[in-house]
Design a protein around this ligand. Structure first.
Ligand SMILES: Nc1nc2c(ncn2[C@@H]2O[C@H](COP(=O)(O)OP(=O)(O)OP(=O)(O)O)[C@@H](O)[C@H]2O)c(=O)[nH]1
Ligand SMILES: [Zn+2]
Length: 248
């Protein structure tokens, strides 16, 4: 077994270095970002630039649910576009959300309360403000942060490796992770809908037990989309995810 950030280990102190003797059993682990033993995955979305990749966000939320990691959706850069921040909050209303600005410190105290005494990891695209948020959670930190590429409006991948930080103010451990943009869910397509909390109260009412909520008749999930009880954009991205698995 290879050690991961977040692992609890037994180690031996040797001259000048410590040697890992044993990796203790993990309560959970996720692939992207690669971390273990976390209580919450803080999925950071930008209300400004870079534009939030919501397909990526949904896939990361599925991964968290699949691995028993409770997600918290952090909508950062509220100072740049408050309206967009509210739109994102609405799309992810079935999760716990918190609106933040690492620029003007909006929501930082609320974020501290959400992570108090927990071990959490940050996840998301490059330049959404993950390292900037850590700098705000403890003002004595001075992690390197990066701008956007002028040409592409994408992040510059400033953080290169996952690293654990202790936040004294709220007795929490936070793992900063490098941003990424590619991720594929690895599971059977019939399992995917089970990881959508917003579908859960409707799924049982579909005519077919095996309903994929796609082209089947009498699908309660589709009806909920029609009546506005499920966010249509979330549903359309769900279809993209299951169709991409069919193609494989
Ligand atoms: N306006 C505004 N800018 C922000 C905010 N948070 C971060 N930024 C800026 O966004 C850029 C990227 O911030 P980082 O903290 O490096 O982003 P990151 O998610 O850690 O990026 P990677 O390490 O590449 O994954 C920097 O120029 C920050 O100053 C915010 O709330 N509002
Ligand atoms: Zn259905």
């Amino acid at each position: 077994m290879k050690p991961m950030v977040g692992d609890l280990v037994e180690f031996e102190e040797l001259a000048g270095y410590n040697s890992i003797e044993e990796i203790l059993p993990r309560k959970n682990e996720i692939r992207r970002p690669a971390v273990a033993n976390i209580d919450r995955m803080l999925l950071v979305l930008s209300a400004g630039k870079p534009a939030a990749d919501l397909l990526l966000a949904d896939k990361l939320l599925i991964q968290a649910e699949q691995n028993n990691v409770v997600p918290l959706v952090v909508i950062n850069k509220t100072d740049t576009d408050g309206k967009r921040a509210e739109e994102l909050e609405e799309q992810y209303a079935c999760y716990n959300t918190v609106l933040t600005s690492a620029r003007n410190t909006e929501g930082i105290d609320a974020l501290k309360e959400r992570i108090r005494t927990l071990c959490v990891c940050l996840a998301g695209q490059s330049a959404v403000g993950k390292s900037s948020l850590i700098n705000r959670l403890d003002e004595s930190f001075d992690l390197e942060t990066g701008g956007l590429s002028k040409k592409t409006d994408r992040g510059k991948h400033t953080t290169r490796q996952a690293e654990l930080f202790y936040i004294k103010d709220c007795d929490a451990y936070v793992v900063d992770t490098p941003g990424f943009s590619m991720f594929d869910v690895e599971m059977k397509k019939k399992e995917i809908a089970g990881y959508y909390p917003d579908f859960s109260q409707f799924r049982q009412k579909c005519r077919f037990v095996s309903c994929l909520h796609d082209r089947e008749p009498d699908c309660a999930v589709k009806q909920a989309v029609e009546t506005g009880k499920i966010n249509r954009e979330r549903y359309e991205r769900y279809l993209r995810i299951i169709h991409s698995l069919e193609e494989k």
